[in-house]
Design a protein around this ligand. Structure first.
Ligand SMILES: *Cc1c(COP(=O)(O)O)cnc(C)c1O
Length: 392
């Protein structure tokens, strides 16, 4: 009840009653939650009643978002954290200890590679990279102390498709956790828990939120003890998501399926168009000339996704002319935005590699990655055709 004498000084402002309900989820920015008595607080902490206490430990907007992503992934009790990398951090710090070994896909997201190369070894966790399209290479990288394998189904930016079923069988036989970063593929195209994953994580920042205006992550596990450990680690490390970001991401999810389907349809049309131009090498998992097309068809069905890579001739000069001519396509190293974005790995995600190192993974100065958005496909065809003409 509002204190009539001190309406501005006492924080007991009532929420107006309404017999009708808001259709939009309320935004709850409160960091602290007041309990009635020490007994009720005990009951909350003991899990006998549900209540919030302090936002770093959880808040309603994060939970609303987490339950929606759970439903999409076929998960229970997933956790929303402050970024995709926070999800990776919570997962690793919550499950690994010094002396463990981790095998990572050799084309993981750049910062995940850095996590394996730089951060984990500082804490006594050894790491090895291996090619997840070849289960024999993953197997060869395993050690008795291997605790986790981390892969993405579709690699960035060369869009190779991992042999997740083979890797899942191997991981299960050896008692190793299989973690899948499902950011690229999204549960619209692929649900890793249905194919043997033990842990699924996301950069919600990308396709799920979809508008390049929030930074969030998500991590879910099959195992309840592991879930508790990851949760406690995330709370201790302070990987808290902002309520407003969670609210925006939930809002973004309502249009996720529409955005994804439209973007994917555009990507498939564009892939065929670019491939028809001549002098352009197109990589798209939905096309029959993709190196892993059979596996893509088996795992993804008709879902080629919204990501498309291509390579033009003419080196850096041609690449400069290309991005300049595509005036309505943002040249930006992100993905999953509602608008189409073009990225150039040689000058962004893969700039730390030598030209030879890049060549080894198939990335030249003429290599581009396109995150296809929901614009009319005619516009995209026109823009990219103009770009490729200018590049020549
Ligand atoms: C962007 C991205 C991440 C990291 O997510 P942030 O939200 O930027 O921290 C992890 N994995 C993949 C595949 C990504 O694309």
């Amino acid at each position: 009840m509002t204190s009539p004498k001190h309406p501005t000084l006492v924080r007991r402002t009532p929420w107006p009653d309404s017999v009708s309900r808001a259709v939009v989820t309320p935004l709850q920015p409160s960091v602290v939650y007041a309990s009635e008595t020490p007994d009720t607080l005990d009951a909350q902490y003991d899990g006998l009643t549900h209540g919030y206490t302090y936002a770093r430990e959880g808040h309603p907007n994060a939970d609303v978002l987490a339950r929606k992503i759970d439903a999409m992934e076929g998960a229970t009790g997933g956790l929303v954290v402050g970024s995709g990398m926070a999800a990776v951090t919570a997962m690793m710090m919550g499950t690994l200890k010094a002396g463990d070994h981790v095998v990572g896909g050799d084309q993981l997201y750049g910062r995940c590679l850095r996590m394996l190369a730089e951060e984990l070894p500082r804490f006594g966790v050894a790491t090895t990279l291996a090619d997840p399209t070849d289960v024999a290479q993953i197997e060869a990288a395993l050690r008795p102390e291997t605790r986790m394998i981390l892969i993405e189904l579709v690699s960035n930016p060369t869009l190779r498709v991992a042999d997740i079923e083979g890797i899942a069988r191997l991981a299960q036989a050896r008692g190793i956790l299989l973690a899948v970063d499902n950011t690229f593929t999204t549960p619209r195209a692929f649900r890793p828990f249905d194919h043997g994953a033990d842990i699924v994580l996301h950069s919600v920042t990308k396709l799920l939120a979809g508008h390049s205006d929030v930074t969030l992550g998500y991590v879910a596990t099959r195992d309840a003890a592991l879930r508790k450990s990851i949760y406690d680690t995330a709370v201790t490390l302070g990987l808290t998501p902002s309520p407003f970001d969670c609210w925006l991401a939930e809002r973004g999810l309502y249009s996720f399926e529409l955005r994804y389907d439209r973007a994917e349809e555009n990507a498939a049309r564009l892939a065929d168009h670019l491939a028809g131009l001549g002098g352009v090498r197109v990589i798209y998992p939905g096309r029959s000339d993709h190196p892993d097309h059979n596996r893509a068809a088996h795992l993804l069905g008709a879902r080629g996704g919204n990501m498309l890579s291509f390579e033009i001739e003419g080196g850096r000069d041609a690449a400069n002319r290309m991005t300049k001519a595509c005036e309505n396509i943002a040249f930006a190293p992100t993905l999953g935005d509602i608008g189409t974005t073009l990225s150039h790995p040689a000058s962004s995600s893969h700039r730390a590699l030598t030209p030879e190192g890049r060549a080894a993974v198939g990335i030249s100065e003429g290599f581009f990655r396109l995150s296809v958005g929901v614009e009319p496909v005619e516009l995209l065809i026109e823009e990219l055709s103009a770009g490729i003409r200018a590049a020549r």
